[in-house]
Design a protein around this ligand. Structure first.
Ligand code: V1P
Ligand code: CA
Ligand code: ZN
Length: 391
């Protein structure tokens, strides 16, 4: 294949479903599925669609989703409607039992609203991740992308943190049909708890999450550096907690050596990466200070191992930032340089505040609370844990 700045070009396939763009979590909600449409419009305007095969698929079925999720919960996801929920009867009660439409204690916001078209939405984003996994299994693609996936908090029988169906777990199950060991890497600012829990005692799936762990930060009490997995999964869960304000240099001071060691000791046959854009500077929920280049450097690094690679979305609440980021990461996946100037397209007015440039400057004057002491301590604990897996 043709050569490019990061070695040979890769065969990339890409999933995009227009049916997801119109999904509405509610007026005051921070999760905006339209950001995936914005990323897609940008990807198209840069001419990147011509460099990838488009993955067309049917939405995931209840059976496919039930490969991970509880049947009663799947039934609720299928049946619940905003009207039925508002009626206040049995459906309301059932939904709240599965954490759909329930108010968090002392909270005015509903994280997981019973939105219109919920089941269709779940089937579509999960179908995308499943089709992407299958394209890697068949060898049709070396890298497969679904920016509408990556909903890492969903549990077997419960919604959590804007996530209803855990498309990542469903996709990893599919990959395990062909690959002996699968590595999961999560650079969303939140802990990847749903995925970690699903494979907590598995020797075949290693999960690594980098995340903010500050007072009351969601999901509270998860992702401590001491949490390493149990039974056959011992030392196969890796947690890298961060304080506020991490910059590119500090992030990579941890990311590269940790991921290099994980690759050495675990020797995966495929990699799944959750690329949540809420670890970027200026996010509405996260308090980190990564640039798009710094975020994408993680993708570039994992890509350099030349293994089947599944790239998924996740969080990201400043929509212009996250759309620009996923467009750039699509170019990185392909192995193509793209211009910093954003082409004229339907959403270009969203990028006015960043001078119509893909790479917006990181916030100035942000305090990096990740002291050398903190970073060195985290690194040494993680590295010591990983030595337990050395052959
Ligand atoms: O903090 C909470 C509630 C309060 N706790 C008792 C639970 N929820 C968070 C959920 C964040 C989910 C992140 C998802 C992802 O990792 C993957 C897609 O990015 C929360 C927050 C917050 N600041 O952490 N919910 C909301 N904000 C929210 C805001 C407006 C409307 C609805 C929810
Ligand atoms: Ca994470
Ligand atoms: Zn997140």
């Amino acid at each position: 294949s043709q050569s490019c700045p990061d070695g040979p070009k890769r065969r990339v396939c890409y999933y995009y479903d227009r049916g997801i763009a119109g999904v509405d979590y509610g007026e005051d909600h921070v999760m905006v599925p339209r950001r995936v449409d914005m990323a897609h419009a940008l990807i198209r305007s840069y001419g990147l669609l011509g460099d990838m095969a488009r993955l067309r698929t049917r939405p995931a079925t209840a059976d496919e989703i039930s490969s991970f999720h509880d049947e009663g919960y799947v039934g609720l996801l299928r049946d619940v409607t905003p009207e039925g929920f508002a009626a206040g009867g049995e459906m309301t009660h059932a939904a709240k039992g599965f954490n759909v439409g329930a108010f968090a204690k002392d909270d005015r916001s509903v994280d997981n609203p019973p939105i219109a078209g919920l089941w269709d939405y779940c089937r579509r984003y999960a179908g995308g991740s499943l089709a992407a996994a299958r394209a890697l299994v068949s060898g049709e693609a070396e890298i497969a992308i679904n920016w509408s996936g990556g909903l890492h908090h969903a549990c077997r029988e419960r919604a959590s943190g804007f996530c209803y169906v855990n498309d990542i777990v469903v996709a990893i199950h599919e990959l395990l049909g062909r690959f002996r060991r699968v590595l999961y890497v999560d650079i969303d600012v939140h802990h990847g708890d749903g995925v970690e829990t699903a494979f907590i005692d598995s020797a075949r799936v290693m999960t690594v999450s980098f995340h903010q762990r500050t007072k009351n930060f969601f999901p509270d009490g998860k992702g401590l550096v001491e949490h390493v997995g149990v039974g056959d999964g011992q030392y196969r869960a890796v947690n890298v907690p961060l304080n506020e304000g991490m910059d590119d240099q500090g992030y990579h001071g941890l990311f590269r050596p940790i991921m290099a060691k994980v690759m050495e000791v675990f020797q995966p046959e495929a990699i799944v990466m959750q690329c949540g854009g809420d670890s970027l500077s200026g996010d509405r929920l996260g308090n980190q200070n990564l640039s798009i280049a710094g975020h994408a450097q993680c993708v570039r690094f994992m890509r350099s191992y030349n293994l089947p690679l599944l790239l998924l979305g996740g969080g990201g609440y400043t929509v212009n930032h996250v759309a620009a980021c996923w467009c750039y990461e699509t170019a990185v996946a392909i192995g193509k340089e793209i211009d910093d100037a954003i082409p004229v397209h339907c959403y270009d007015s969203y990028y006015r505040s960043q001078g119509y440039k893909l790479h917006y400057p990181v916030a100035k004057g942000i305090k990096n609370d990740n002291t050398d002491f903190h970073v060195t301590r985290t690194m040494s604990i993680v590295m010591r844990n990983l030595t337990h897996l050395e052959a």
